[in-house]
Design a binder for this molecule. Structure first.
Ligand code: PLP
Ligand code: TYF
Length: 408
């Protein structure tokens, strides 16, 4: 390898974080990485996670043994109930298979690896259709396992909302049995989600075309503050009888970023062979997992299991989710109203219309560069801001800076 390995460019998002850390200005603002910050711009350990941590550390039986290949059962079973709903027909009919993964990234990877190995028609892999734009990592995770990727329109630059007609047309025009990757809530990077009615139409077209849904769910509960509402698109597709995959992350909703807690769920279509299909799929997922990571990390799974299995802690978690989503919604309102107060050219309703961790501001690359150079405000080149980087102390400063660069 010494002679032939070329140098890869630095990951854009991690490069941005590095530039932010090196900036010595007291005014600097980090609107880059999608991680929750409290009103003091500090990482927030959820109070419920602190309690779960106490429970785990006070357990006299605590050890550091390996987990089973597919992970910690009290975690995976409750994680499935969380996304599917505890009364889901998929659960009562035993047609779900869950594997604990290296958070959402690992779940997308394992799902992709599984599809690349097994989902072939006439010997050829199916193409994965990604929204344009999508989470920057999707493309490389999928192509790394040899899958072909294509895209469907998602964001309409003019309305700063969903490119609904284009999305539906592209899904309709994709070859039958394509894989369609969907963000069920709080789309990254745009903050734009389909409405319930639009989801129903998307499902209908996908059913007609026998497409395979792959949901990447990184923000359940974090988006609206309501765990059930944020899962409604996934649950609707399951009601409609799809066979599908779900990647599920606990990075944002439990603030467990570095602990890498997540799951991949396979759901078989209903029918007489559903359980037998699920058994076959489970066996293959376990083989893939064994060769990739042997078994998943234990600590984040224990924290999540402790919260998910204790009704009092679960109730407290809901409150913590309200705190995070509520603060973000407050910052959306504050930023929009400051910009409107300043009479900043353009319209700013999209800031409060969008949901979740991010807002796609519509700022162009030059404006983004100017914000960084002149005002020490850091965001990705596409004009995405992490809403959690705003707080009561910096939102005026950011609004004034945006006002200035828009007028330049
Ligand atoms: N998928 C999407 C759409 C995301 O936004 C993220 C995180 O930002 C992830 C997956 C994966 O995150 P993690 O690996 O920390 O669960
Ligand atoms: O801000 C984002 O879009 C994410 C954040 O392992 C992230 O890319 C960072 C590290 C990671 C997963 C997600």
């Amino acid at each position: 390898p010494a002679e032939v390995v070329p140098k890869a460019p630095e990951d854009a998002l991690f490069g941005l974080m590095r530039a932010y850390r090196a900036d010595e200005s007291p005014d600097k603002v980090d609107l880059g990485i999608g991680a929750y910050r409290d009103d003091n711009a500090k990482p927030w350990v959820l109070p419920v996670v602190k309690k779960a941590d106490d429970v785990i550390r006070n357990d006299p039986e605590l050890n550091h043994e390996y987990l089973p290949i597919v992970g910690l059962e009290p975690f995976t079973s409750k994680a499935a109930e969380l996304i599917l709903g505890s009364n889901s027909p998929a659960l009562t009919e035993k047609r779900t298979s869950t594997v604990q993964t290296i958070s959402g990234t690992g779940a997308v990877h394992l799902g992709a690896l599984f599809l690349s190995r097994f989902y072939k028609v006439n010997g050829a892999n199916r193409t994965v259709y990604l929204p344009n734009p999508t989470w920057a990592n999707h493309n490389q995770i999928l192509t790394n396992v040899g899958l072909q990727v294509a895209s469907y329109p998602y964001f309409d630059k003019d309305t700063r909302g969903l490119a609904y007609d284009g999305m539906l047309d592209a899904i309709r025009s994709a070859p039958e049995r394509s894989i369609i990757l969907l963000h069920p809530c709080a789309h990254n990077p745009t903050g734009v989600d389909p409405t319930e009615e639009q989801w129903r139409a998307i499902a209908e077209v996908m059913k007609e075309k026998k497409h395979f849904p792959f949901f990447d769910c990184a923000y359940q509960g974090f988006a609206s503050g309501d765990l059930d509402r944020d899962a409604s698109a996934v649950r609707y597709f399951i009601e409609q009888g799809f066979e599908l995959l779900i990647s599920q992350s606990f990075s944002k909703n439990l603030g467990l970023y570095g602990e890498r807690a997540g799951c991949l769920h396979y759901i078989a279509a209903p029918g007489p062979s559903a359980q037998e299909v699920t058994t076959r799929v489970s066996s293959q997922l376990a083989v893939l997992q064994r060769s990739e990571i042997s078994n998943p990390p234990i600590y984040g799974a224990k924290v999540a299991a402790t919260v998910l299995n204790d009704p009092a802690l679960f109730a407290e978690w809901r409150e913590n989710l309200q705190t995070m989503s509520g603060r973000i919604i407050d910052m959306r309102k504050a930023l929009r109203s400051k910009l409107e107060e300043l009479g900043t050219p353009g319209t700013w309703n999209h800031i409060t219309d969008q949901i979740g961790m991010f807002s796609f501001t519509g700022l162009n690359e030059q404006q983004v560069a100017n914000l960084q150079k002149e005002y020490h405000i850091y965001m990705t080149k596409n004009g995405r801001i992490s809403m959690a980087g705003l707080n009561t102390r910096n939102v005026d400063y950011v609004a004034k800076a945006v006002d200035q660069v828009v007028r330049e």
